[in-house]
Every structure is written in C-alpha cells, then in structure tokens.
Design a protein around this ligand. Structure first.
Ligand code: HEM
Ligand code: HEM
Length: 238
C-alpha cells in the first residue's frame, strides 16, 4: 500500500500518485547482470555435474569442459562483485534498495500483508493491493530463497574454486580453509552446492511467473519498473 513516505516521494516528483520512482539505475543494472550471471552459472553448473559423453580424438585436443568451467568461474566472479556492489548500494541508495536485505519481521501488519498476498496469489482475493516497492510476500521470498541461497552459493563456490587455486590464494584463505572442514570433505560441499542450483531454479521459476502475473493482474507496472525504475499505477476497475 502507499505509505506516507511513498506519497511524499510521489508528491516531491510533482505528480499525482500515478507513478513513483522506485528502483535506481544501479539496482536495475545489477538485477539484469545478476540474472544473466545466474543463468550462465546454472547451465554451466549443470554440465559440470553431468558432463557430456566423451569427446572423440586425443584428450589433449579437447578442452570443452575446461571452457565450461572457465565460463562458470568467470560468471562466479561477476556474481560476487555484483553482490558486493548491491550490498554497498543498500547503504547509499534509496529506502527501496534496502528491502532485499531487511525484513520487518516484528511488524504484525507486514505479516498480515504476507498472508493477504498469499491468498491473492492463490486466487482467493478479488482485488489486488498496490505497493511501491516489493510486496511483502515477494520480499520474503527474495530474502529466503534468493539472498541466503546466493550467499551460500558464493561461499561454497569459492571454497571449491580455492581447492584449485590452492593454499595461499585469496579464495583458499577466505573460504576453502574453513568451509571444507565444516562440511567434512570436498564432495559434501559439491553436493550442497548442487542442491543450491535447484533452490535457485525454483526461485527463478516462481519469480518470473509472479512478475508476469502481477504485471497483468495487479493494476501496477512490474517488468517495466525493473527496466525504467518507475512504478505506474493503473486506475482501479469500478
Ligand atoms: C536468474 C533470474 C532472476 C533472478 C535471480 C532475479 C532476482 C531478483 C531479485 C533479487 C529481485 C529484487 C531486486 C532488489 O530488491 O534489489 C528482483 C526483482 C524483480 N525481478 Fe527479477 N530476477 C531474475 C529474472 C527476472 C526476469 C526474467 C524478470 C522479468 C520477467 C524479472 C522481473 C523482476 C521484477 C519485475 C522485479 C521487481 C519486482 C517488484 O517491483 O516488486 N526478474 N529479481
Ligand atoms: C547461482 C550460483 C551457482 C550455481 C547455480 C552453481 C552451480 C553449480 C553446480 C550445479 C555445480 C556442480 C556440482 C557437482 O555436482 O559437483 C557447480 C560446481 C562448481 N561451482 Fe558453482 N554454481 C554457482 C556459483 C558458483 C560460484 C560463485 C563459484 C565461484 C567461483 C562457483 C564455483 C564452482 C566450482 C569451483 C565448482 C566445481 C567445479 C569442478 O569440480 O569441476 N560456483 N556449480
């Protein structure tokens, strides 16, 4: 719903509350770079786990898995640097930039809105509510399914990567040295890192479905908001 702060924001832009500037350029840029990196990581990770059947010819003439792993590690760096940049922007950006990181869990009305959105998504409510930032259910899903999983994938991914770059490398010092002993052995880290792939896939499937569904049904712009930054509100049906 439009909070007092949102109304002020809209009025500061000299408009009736029809459009509010929500996602600043760094958040939008990060969103799409992050989505691309994750798509690449999921595809290449899949092939690392289930490699293609053997290649014909001399082994030394083939480097296909090497290229696949190189793409995975490069996208891994993009994910890490983007993630750090996004955390920085949560401190210096507008208040919507902090939504991904902070859940108002002690606010009872926020929980009521989470339940309302759940009913709305299940087609049990007739009229959508309007939100300037993320709706509470989306915020909860982004925190639990996206934020924590991506942090986990970065930690376990760089722990595995540090095994290759070996002792003395930053990845080994920062991650491998404590993550592998914590999980017991390297194969366990592989298995948990692999499980993370499926959590991310479930998030992306639900996320894209919800973004498109809300764009059509909730009387406010969604996809174009992540492109232009502006949330447009359509008139309510009589
Ligand atoms: C790997 C794919 C994707 C991932 C991991 C992802 C992740 C995220 C995250 C974390 C946010 C919160 C942004 C923030 O607060 O900083 C977000 C917002 C959003 N995403 Fe994605 N996204 C992906 C793909 C897509 C695609 C393909 C679409 C378009 C169909 C899309 C549409 C949106 C929209 C519209 C929002 C803003 C929702 C709102 O205004 O409440 N995303 N996404
Ligand atoms: C959304 C993020 C990510 C996804 C979905 C993903 C997916 C995967 C999958 C499915 C595997 C195969 C695991 C197995 O069954 O053995 C894998 C392996 C691996 N990933 Fe990731 N990963 C992600 C992020 C990262 C990051 C940030 C890094 C850091 C560089 C990384 C480094 C590695 C390494 C080193 C391996 C093992 C390669 C090998 O044994 O040949 N991953 N990843």
């Amino acid at each position: 719903m439009l909070s007092a702060q949102d109304m002020q924001e809209a009025e500061a832009h000299g408009r009736a509350v029809k459009a509010v500037y929500v996602y600043e350029a760094p958040v939008r840029l990060w969103h799409w770079i992050n989505a691309l990196a994750i798509t690449l990581l999921a595809i290449t990770g899949w092939f690392i786990a289930s490699p293609l059947p053997s290649q014909p010819g001399e082994a030394s003439a083939n480097f296909l898995m090497g290229y696949i792993r190189f793409a995975h590690f490069s996208a891994g760096y993009v994910l890490l640097i983007g993630f750090l940049g996004r955390i920085y922007w949560a401190f210096v950006g507008n208040h919507h930039a902090r939504q991904l990181f902070v859940l108002p869990i002690f606010n009872a009305s926020w929980w009521r809105e989470v339940l309302f959105e759940l009913r709305w998504y299940l087609f049990l409510e007739k009229r959508p509510k309007k939100y300037v930032g993320h709706n509470p259910l989306a915020q909860l899903a982004m925190f639990l399914l996206f934020l924590t999983t991506v942090a986990f994938m970065i930690i376990t991914g760089f722990a595995l990567y540090g095994e290759g770059t070996q002792e003395g490398s930053w990845a080994h010092t920062l991650f491998t040295s404590w993550v592998i002993p914590l999980f017991g052995q390297s194969q366990n880290v592989h298995t948990w890192h692999h499980l993370g792939l499926w959590v991310i896939i479930v998030f992306v499937l639900v996320h894209v479905y919800a973004a498109l569904r809300e764009d059509i049904m909730s009387r406010q712009s969604l996809v174009s908001t992540m492109l232009s930054g502006w949330r447009m509100f359509k008139d309510d049906k009589p």
